[in-house]
Design a protein around this ligand. Structure first.
Ligand code: OAD
Length: 244
């Protein structure tokens, strides 16, 4: 990959932007070894159930232990994985702009592991459990037994992730949308842009006049509205932006 994949226009905008928003999806963690959702392979199926069945609100009601089993399994896989250069590059960007917003659809915690703070996690995190009654959330620490019940009210805990058929966490999208409407430069990294409302953030940014840039080895439904499409892997492309 040559550094000339980044246009002079993008370099200039990157140099001068003050408000930058980045939306990430599963693709940014692919180079860390985390399977994407729609990339094929076995990752989309758990014990014969497609991921949108086992990861559903209905399944929490029907069989919470099975849902926990799936998320415990996913955490056990994540435990041995590490952030890749794309995660580290975005962690660095927080210091380059006066207002930097990182919004992720990922639940893997790899942005935080790379040093990013204040990440807007639209779909929650596998590293948290949440009370089904009072919504108190509890961190899940690697190698430690997670809690089953809420300390406060005694109700069951469930994974603090957004499952199919559920709303996003209160306020998360609204904050992200406000930042998208104000940003000057927006990057969309490693997402198939099929899941809304997350995929509407670059559209909001574009409509408000931001320069929108996609980083993905494949085209997506958002590609046509992007000002620039950087075709390639996030871990190779993002570090090429070159501002220090
Ligand atoms: P997908 O699995 O739908 O899409 C992954 C995207 O990453 C695809 O467009 C790939 O081309 C791209 N990709 C693969 N390798 C890459 C790399 N090295 N660098 C950059 N891009 C790469 O994942 P998401 O778009 O994140 O929601 O999926 C969105 C939501 O769908 C998920 O958050 C999840 C799922 O339903 C919930 O669980 C609520």
């Amino acid at each position: 990959m040559q550094t000339d994949v980044i246009s002079a226009e993008l370099r200039n905008r990157f140099e001068h932007a003050r408000r930058v928003l980045v939306l990430t999806g599963a693709g940014i963690s692919a180079e860390s070894g985390v399977p994407t959702f729609r990339g094929g392979g076995n990752s989309a199926v758990w014990k014969g159930m497609p991921f949108d069945v086992i990861s559903s609100a209905r399944m929490v009601e029907r069989d919470l232990p099975a849902v926990w089993e799936w998320f415990d399994y996913r955490r056990s896989l994540l435990q041995s994985l590490h952030p890749n250069p794309a995660h580290y590059e975005l962690a660095r960007w927080a210091d380059l702009f006066s207002e930097f917003t990182l919004v992720t659809q990922n639940v893997d915690g790899l942005h935080q592991a790379a040093g990013s703070r204040d990440v807007i996690e639209l779909h929650g995190s596998v590293w948290r459990a949440r009370c089904v009654s009072c919504r108190t959330s509890y961190e899940i620490v690697p190698d430690k037994q997670r809690l089953d019940d809420c300390h406060g009210c005694g109700a069951w805990l469930r994974p603090d992730v957004v499952l199919f058929g559920e709303m996003l966490p209160p306020g998360a999208f609204e904050v992200a949308a406000q930042r998208a409407a104000k940003c000057q430069l927006c990057f969309v990294v490693g997402t198939s842009a099929l899941v809304y409302p997350a995929a509407s953030l670059p559209e909001i940014a574009k409509a408000a006049g931001a320069y929108v840039c996609e980083v993905n080895p494949e085209r997506t439904p958002l590609s046509t509205i992007c000002d620039e499409v950087l075709t390639g892997k996030a871990g190779e492309v993002l570090p090429l932006t070159g501002k220090s």
